[in-house]
Design a protein around this ligand. Sequence first.
Ligand SMILES: NC(=O)c1ccc[n+]([C@@H]2O[C@H](COP(=O)([O-])OP(=O)(O)OC[C@H]3O[C@@H](n4cnc5c(N)ncnc54)[C@H](OP(=O)(O)O)[C@@H]3O)[C@@H](O)[C@H]2O)c1
Length: 261
Amino acid sequence: MAPRNRGAPRWLCSAPMPTALTIVTGASRGLGLALAEQLLARGDRVLAISRQAPALCHERLSVWHADLAEPAAAARQLGAWLQAVGVDGAASVTLINNAGVITPPAPLAQTAAADLARAVRVGLEAPLLLSAAFLKATAGWTRPRRLLMISSGLGRRAMASAAAYCAVKAGLDHLARALALEQALEPNGARVVSIAPGVVDTDMQLQLRSADGAAFPDRANFVGLQAKGLLSSPAAAAASLLARLERADFGSQAIADVRDD
Ligand SMILES: NC(=O)c1ccc[n+]([C@@H]2O[C@H](COP(=O)([O-])OP(=O)(O)OC[C@H]3O[C@@H](n4cnc5c(N)ncnc54)[C@H](OP(=O)(O)O)[C@@H]3O)[C@@H](O)[C@H]2O)c1
């Protein structure tokens, strides 16, 4: 008897395909907001963490209000949340440690202790604790895991009147190097990169241009960069970062700069 032509296979029921999950700190404005917008546009589920909410509304966007100068609670919450999402809840999982602050540019001894402490907590302690919670909660996940630190050229090239910021970004780079070594020993280790995003037209650049020139010898350089049209838009910088994240060799080098693309 001739075999019956059954036609194309039919799926009687199918589970929804899990989407990529990306956590972005500092997504309320600047580079982080552009990253969140583009991640949502490409279909990711996004968890945005900052003090203010991003001016975005989307069914795949979750927003947490958190002051990352006190990061322990946010890190605990992130770990619990990822465990609830579970290994099958996402096609890939990525943490982008983007939030950062620069102190008012001035020599270290003329900078308020509270400003110095906040810059280090938001820029380095928070990425450290959030990364630890992320890596622990997703340790058994079989899908791709990625960790992206938003660093700065100033983590690699020192500048006067920005000592705390330079130290934070150098620390973030070295955190990425050490984590990349640790994760390379794991069965599905996270791929870890600390990347400098270039000079981006955000509030942070405005803060540098508006600084007191007497306390900040490099102020004119930042004014000149803007005058010559050399700042990238947050959207362009975010697109470069997300393209980098999708590259097959993402994580092969722990330290990167979008200007090398
Ligand atoms: N712009 C540049 O040229 C440039 C160059 C190199 C590197 N970067 C790096 O790129 C990243 C983004 O910078 P940006 O230029 O987009 O800066 P931005 O416009 O000043 O935005 C900073 C973001 O960090 C968040 N943030 C600040 N303090 C926070 C806190 N205590 N708790 C939680 N979130 C906090 C802010 O959210 P809330 O205020 O709502 O909390 C905001 O979303 C930073 O890591 C920065 O160092 C920027």
